[in-house]
Design a protein around this ligand. Structure first.
Ligand SMILES: N[C@@H](CCC(=O)N[C@@H](CS)C(=O)NCC(=O)O)C(=O)O
Length: 218
């Protein structure tokens, strides 16, 4: 019997990665769209006290944190190999997901969009944002070099790591980075990702453009 699945997301947010994975699996699921750009809606705090999207209801479980959510979704249909095909590919997938969640999202973009997490004094926000841009550039360069000539981030096929990397590729243009010119390997990966039917479906449902600059909220 299929599990009962309900994803809480915000358009174009990091929740796009689990949304893509659910579409890849192709079993029925429900979504609820929340707006989080200003403040996470208070009435949903009882469902996720962390006050963030994504969170996933999987039968009677509530799951938070992208690497955990992506894992839970991938486990629903192991035949899709969304965490890779071999043990070492799985390890590499976790290596990507943890780094994306902690460094690229939490630290780099987190300090750009929400400098108040890092300093109390509003007068210092711009200085924090400036440093964030440098950290984002360093992260993008790391991705660029780590990808090299590879078609996909892990192994020889699409995995959760690609969906998750794609989210932050989308955020690059609107943040002021010339993604195509500066990061051709990352661009190649993003262009592969957008060709997938599952990705178009997720984007259509969220009302976002895939490589445009609408909706990049953190
Ligand atoms: N560590 C969390 C981060 C989730 C996160 O930062 N979500 C953003 C959207 S991309 C959010 O809900 N921001 C609202 C807020 O922090 O108030 C994860 O990986 O799932």
């Amino acid at each position: 019997m299929s599990p009962k699945i309900h994803l809480f997301l915000a358009p174009g947010a990091c929740s796009l990665a689990p949304h893509i994975l659910l579409q890849e699996i192709g079993i029925p699921f429900k979504t609820t769209t929340l707006r989080v750009e200003k403040r996470f809606p208070e009435e949903y705090l009882q469902l996720n006290p962390k006050g963030q999207v994504p969170f996933l209801h999987l039968d009677s479980e509530t799951i938070t944190e992208n690497p955990a959510i992506l894992t839970a979704i991938a486990q629903i249909d192991p035949s899709k190999h969304l965490l890779g095909k071999t043990d070492i590919e799985k390890v590499r997938c976790y290596e990507w997901m943890n780094w994306i969640s902690g460094k690229l999202h939490g630290q780099a973009f987190g300090s750009l969009f929400r400098p108040q997490r890092y300093v109390k004094d509003e007068a210092l926000y711009d200085a924090v944002r400036e440093r964030s841009k440098e950290t984002i550039a360093e992260c993008y360069q790391y991705i660029e070099e780590k990808l090299g000539e590879r078609k996909w981030a892990v192994g020889d096929d699409f995995t959760a790591a690609d969906a998750y990397l794609f989210v932050f590729y989308r955020w690059g243009g609107p943040t002021g980075f010339s993604m195509k010119e500066r990061f051709p390997n990352y661009t190649r990966l993003a262009e592969q990702v957008v060709k997938r039917g599952a990705v178009s479906k997720a984007a259509e449902e969220e009302g976002i453009t895939l490589l445009g600059n609408k909706h990049i909220w953190d």
